[in-house]
Design a protein around this ligand. Sequence first.
Ligand code: FES
Ligand code: FES
Length: 167
Amino acid sequence: MELNQITFTLNGVERSLSVGELYGQLKPNETLIQTLRERFGLTGAKLSCNEGACGCCTVLVDGAAVPSCSILTADVDGKSVTTIEGLLDEKGNLDPLQQAFIDHYAFQCGYCTPGIIMAAKALLLKNPHPTREEIGEALAGNYCRCISQYHVFDAIEAVAQEGGAQA
Ligand code: FES
Ligand code: FES
């Protein structure tokens, strides 16, 4: 069935987009990262490989980590999308994972960091107390050219020890 409108939840707010080829409409081949960055100004998810290989663009779709360069926006119709900007609480406080990354110096240039945090968030939502091996498996699709992974493991383990992630 061809869609002429999609509706999805973005960081807790319902959004609708008209689908079509006219100016301003959501093109059927528009990727989620294009929509997030270019329509909504949510630039936390980073575009790097643009082919699902690096994890820099990772967001949550219905709680699962998804590379937003590799999913069409039309396919999130009826779903819930969370970006790194959506991790702040209603008072603007950082998510415990974001704070832990700061506390543990778990990044250098930071380009990969939003994707890694979102992949870690998905893991902790599913498995609040992962082993180091499980953390490694969950982050297998996230690449960091600055080699900050030991600090990343420490940061995620610190949150897991404090009780995991809140939905
Ligand atoms: S930019 Fe999406 S996985 Fe690399
Ligand atoms: S901190 Fe630079 S790419 Fe990961």
